[in-house]
Design a binder for this molecule. Sequence first.
Ligand code: 1HE
Length: 263
Amino acid sequence: MPDLSSCPGLNVQTDGAIAVIRLARPAKRNALSEDMVAGLSRAVSGLPAAIRAVVLHGEGDHFCAGLDLGEVDGEPDLAAAIHHSLGWHRAFQDIQFGRVPVISVLHGAVVGGGFELAAATHIRIAEQSAFFALPEGQRGIFLGGGGSVRIPRLIGTPLVQDMMLTGRTLSADEAKAAGACQYRVADGAGLALAMDLARKAAGIADMTRFAVIHALPRIAEADPHIGYLTEALMASAAQTMPEAKARVRDFLAKRAAKVSRPA
Ligand code: 1HE
């Protein structure tokens, strides 16, 4: 596993093919220091090949209070601020466009950079206690962790503007309705669901997983003509893999599970 001994705010454990990354700075509500952001990048980039999915969650009563405001309370330095933001971009890109899917469990505060971090994950599960906010507006700053790119794509620009201009907070139900998360569960139920989903995602064929993580979001944002072409290339790459052939044969021979109705 990646060495995170220099990063006290992060903890990584494994459970079979799943790596469980915990934001572990509850006294500061898991506020993200620069070291923690760099550590997240190292954690997802350095996973052994046997790891096929990641679950990300937070210790204590909150998922993440965003940027460690203590670290911006110094002499203003424009160049340093730009590079700080670029460092967050790199780390969150490593999460979004890494080798394996990342499933986040959100509870309590999912605010500022915490919401930006969640937005970089592939599947978000909100527990009932979760609340989503972008207090950058109130702090006189702006999104800096890629949130202005990712969050409007999830919940729409007007709602992001409302949250940033007025300090509006979304409940877990509102966040689910708005598209900020795919699942909304009872308090304490998020981690078990995340592990279950992670095991399912870990069983996806390698080329399909690559396509879902890397090709799908690019296709969705591309000019449709480029999108169709990329899809055809990606589909043929996946379909001609021996693993795809074996899986299709398994279905035809009635050895593979059928699609099931929703529970
Ligand atoms: C922090 C931070 C932080 C808490 N940086 N220290 N994010 C924010 O503007 C959110 C600020 N935090 C809060 O609104 C609240 O702390 C919470 C709603 C998240 C939690 O409330 P609560 O009552 O459970 O905790 P608390 O008593 O407010 O905080 C406990 C301690 O954590 C306290 O320190 P202490 O030394 O007095 O014990 C707080 O100061 C500390 N703490 N949040 C530093 N964020 C790349 S750009 C991203 C831009 C942003 O993310 S801006 C949004 C920043």
